[in-house]
Design a protein around this ligand. Structure first.
Ligand code: NAP
Length: 545
């Protein structure tokens, strides 16, 4: 496939402005240019990659299989990029994303170091005026925020956080220059997917590693491996079948679903199956598990008991092992992390675990962290404390739509969306990969949304309109379906970014797509079959077309 080349470079009057050079924004830029729109992408960072640009901490890697996470729009691209491992590490992913951008000649459509500080809809023209940090204003017909759901790092309001004199780092804002851990006294706060990746990756290098855990997680092995030459050949031979499966499956993975429920099997058969799951790659522990894992608490408890026994068998110190076993949520109520040598790390003499439920953090001091048990001194503190999920990136862009309505006001009680890409009062604005979208392997459902957004813009253009806005009824239908689906779920523990409850003061609203990817497909088809009647289409009163 040839590179997209319509000779439009960065310009101040655009058909399409994309925000964010992550996996979704790059694909959106590619699709917009391919459809013949003039398009520019602005990115706050100094390079492409989004998540894979900012989260460059040691140990950061996929837990979706590399070739299932990668782009599928070009067979040539798929053929020419040889992923080294089934689950690639961050540097390889960043290299891949740079390769895609250059391969399709997209970089000249991008501006880096360009953070959006305000975006205002101009009703008479139907255009968006988008202000960048340096004061530049870009005018665009369509404004597409591909700003991601996990892109605004969260620092807890710990007293004295700024008083710490050592190095303070967030996994989601990792510096591009190497961090020297050798011989340092290091604290890691947080044991979500990021924390449990960095902990084993640095343990051997540091003088001491102290892990501050508030909530234990159900971690299971990633089971990564290099991709052998035979597997490489097979992947290429199977490209069409792989693409078909990834583009149509419920969760966007290649894993085969299981056909049995937990208690269809005897105790012995179950243990053998759990062992097989434990040794299976990444998310197959969800997607290929017993069919009732997420629906029958007794079934879930059986699997949790198996994991708990594994933890006890790996971690030598029984007290530490018990602290590492979750007590407040079931498997997959939070996003389960997949790990490499995580539990084994606690057997190293220089690694210790502080249970913040027993001894909460009191404050940061100039030299370290004070908990109820006293002060421990550190050279480096790593905040693996997560993100303002779903709405954080959209909320901080200063978006104002029809009548000057601020998005943050419209969403004060939680997001309202149509198909997780659009909301009332923000005509011509779309956010593929935003709240109410997540439903499995990230690039797959975000790609579905980018395809939908692009087709929608083409429809608007080809039918002689220049303004599109979803009807309030369609938004209400989608949003209440998401909320209803979420209400069927179980407890989710005290703190879950699925509901935004990891951020103090954030309204408790479900931020993923509780209806799943098939429902998204169904609704997109319905929109197309009904000639976009979920939307109101018009011409701006001062339209220049
Ligand atoms: P996270 O899952 O939200 O975990 C944040 C951690 O910080 C939790 O252990 C949390 O404890 C802790 N924490 C938050 N506030 C705290 C406080 N005031 N005091 C002490 N501890 C506090 O964030 P994450 O680990 O960055 O992962 C976020 C998501 O990014 C993942 O779920 C995943 O979707 C994605 N991710 C993916 C990969 C991958 O693909 N391999 C890797 C990394 C991240 P509580 O649980 O008690 O709140």
């Amino acid at each position: 496939m040839p590179p997209v080349s319509d000779n439009t470079g960065p310009t101040d009057d655009l058909d399409v402005l994309v925000v964010g050079a992550g996996i979704t924004g790059i694909y959106q830029l590619y699709r917009a240019l391919e459809a013949g729109f003039s398009a520019t992408l602005v990115e706050a960072g100094a390079g492409v990659g989004g998540t894979w640009f900012w989260n460059r901490y040691p140990g950061a890697r996929f837990d979706s299989e590399s070739y299932t996470y990668a782009y599928l729009f070009s067979k040539e691209l798929f053929d020419e990029w040889e992923w080294q491992e089934h689950f690639a590490e961050q540097p390889e992913t960043e290299r891949y994303i740079n390769h895609v951008v250059d391969r399709f000649d997209l970089r000249r459509h991008m501006r880096f170091g360009a953070r959006v500080s305000a975006a205002e809809y101009d009703e008479p023209t139907g255009m968006w005026n988008v202000t960048l940090g340096d004061g530049t204003v870009l005018r665009t017909r369509f404004f597409i925020a591909a700003t991601g759901v996990l892109s605004v790092p969260f620092f807890p309001a710990v007293e004295g956080r700024d008083d710490f004199h050592g190095q303070s780092l967030h996994t989601g804002l990792w510096p591009s220059t190497p961090v020297d851990f050798a011989g340092k006294r290091v604290a890691v706060i947080g044991t979500g997917s990021s924390g449990v990746q960095i902990i084993p990756a640095i343990a051997d290098e540091v003088a001491s590693l102290t892990v501050y855990q508030r909530t234990a997680n159900w971690c299971t092995p990633l089971n990564n491996a290099p991709i052998t030459p035979d597997e490489q050949r097979q992947l290429r031979a199977d490209f069409e079948a792989i693409r078909e499966t990834l583009n149509t499956s419920v969760s966007g993975f290649l894993h085969t679903a299981h056909d049995r429920a937990t208690f269809d099997d005897s105790h012995e058969e179950r243990q053998a199956f759990f062992e097989k799951m434990w040794n299976s790659p990444g998310f197959s522990k969800l997607t290929s598990h017993y069919t009732d894992l997420l629906f029958d608490p007794a079934a879930n408890a059986e699997w949790c008991a198996f994991i708990a026994d594994k933890i006890r068998s790996i971690v030598s110190d029984p007290e530490t092992a018990e602290k590492l076993i979750p007590t407040d949520h079931r498997f997959a109520e939070k996003r389960p992390p997949f790990v490499t040598d995580y539990y084994e790390t606690y057997n190293k003499p220089n690694v210790s675990l502080v249970d913040l439920k027993q001894t909460p953090i009191v404050r940061m001091t100039a030299n370290g962290i004070e908990t109820a048990e006293g002060v421990r001194e550190f050279d480096i503190v790593v905040w693996a404390t997560g993100f303002d999920f779903g709405t954080g990136a959209l909320a901080r862009m200063g978006i104002r739509g029809r009548g000057g309505l601020a998005l943050t006001d419209y969403w004060a009680d939680g997001p309202k969306t149509f198909l997780g890409v659009h909301t009332v009062c923000l005509p011509n604005l779309f956010f593929p990969g935003g709240p109410h979208a997540a439903a499995g392997n990230n690039p797959r459902y975000n790609g579905d949304q980018v395809d939908f957004v692009t087709d929608t813009l083409v429809y608007v253009r080809d039918h002689g309109y220049d303004v599109i806005e979803v009807s309030a009824a369609a938004e209400e239908r989608w949003t209440s379906m998401i909320d209803r689906g979420a209400a069927l779920s179980t407890s989710f523990g005290e703190s879950s970014y699925f509901f935004g409850t990891n951020i103090p003061g954030k309204p408790r609203k479900y931020l993923l797509n509780s209806a799943g990817r098939p429902k998204l497909f169904k609704e997109i088809s319905r929109v197309r079959e009904n000639n976009y009647d979920a939307f109101e289409l018009s011409r701006a009163s001062a339209s220049s077309r």
